[in-house]
Design a protein. Structure first.
Length: 231
């Protein structure tokens, strides 16, 4: 398994000193290199130094993710953003998804705001041992046998809910998301979509040849929404 997936963690304590310009240039280059899950969905990623919102982590920098409002947009942002989260962790930089944070300047995103990610030099250990992950057992979130499922299991999710299910057979992984609880509202529904994209990013990192398609005849799963199939 990808070494960074095995040891990454969400950093919530940062050195508030700004990263130097050379490091920020590397971040910008990585932003330009991200691969979307859905190439036809427009998105934007901006670096800002201030963000606001309930429970927003204090950090020297934030990525602000925006997207056009289109089916698959939130999964796409999760897939893109997790590439950057893994890049940060592998480059000695701490990062943390920020579901409730927004830029102080509304003009920071040219497209509708989706989510933010704090980043900077960590003021706590950057990595952890795999035994420290608090995750559901693999049989609770999947069926079938595919070594890529463990990478998906280790993916971060909002409040560590892991509201996904994977069905593996014949080299394919069918991906499902739990139907949202209407009492939890619109925000948590969208967070579940982002989480699905994050898990798909981890699967992609373990795939030699990654293809994501929508099967018109994919089996239904009670209590879940079919998202797509990894070939």
């Amino acid at each position: 398994m990808n070494d960074i997936i095995r040891k990454r963690k969400s950093i919530r304590k940062f050195d508030l000193a700004a990263l130097d310009d050379q490091v920020l240039e590397k971040v910008r280059a990585e932003i330009e290199a991200v691969k979307p899950l859905y190439p036809d969905i427009r998105f934007s990623i901006q670096i800002v130094n201030k963000a606001k919102g309930m429970s927003a982590v204090k950090a020297p920098h934030y990525l602000i993710f925006g997207s056009e409002e289109k089916a698959g947009a939130y999964e796409n942002i999760g897939f893109i953003g997790q590439q950057l989260d893994l890049f940060f962790s592998g480059s000695g930089i701490g990062s943390c998804w920020q579901g409730m944070a927004k830029p102080e300047d509304r003009a920071a995103s040219a497209l509708p705001h989706v989510i933010a990610m704090a980043f900077g030099n960590p003021a706590e250990p950057l990595h952890r041992d795999i035994s420290e992950f608090k995750r559901k057992p693999l049989p609770d979130i999947s069926e079938g046998d595919d070594e890529r499922l463990e990478a998906a299991r280790l993916a971060p999710s909002a409040v560590n809910a892991q509201n996904w299910f994977f069905s593996a057979a014949e080299g394919k992984i069918r991906c499902y998301r739990k139907k949202p609880n209407p009492l939890l509202g619109f925000v948590f529904n969208n967070m579940g979509r982002i989480d699905m994209g994050i898990a798909l990013c981890h699967i992609e990192k373990e795939s030699g040849d990654f293809h994501f398609i929508k099967e018109p005849d994919a089996p239904a799963r009670k209590g879940h929404v079919y998202i797509g199939t990894v070939g």
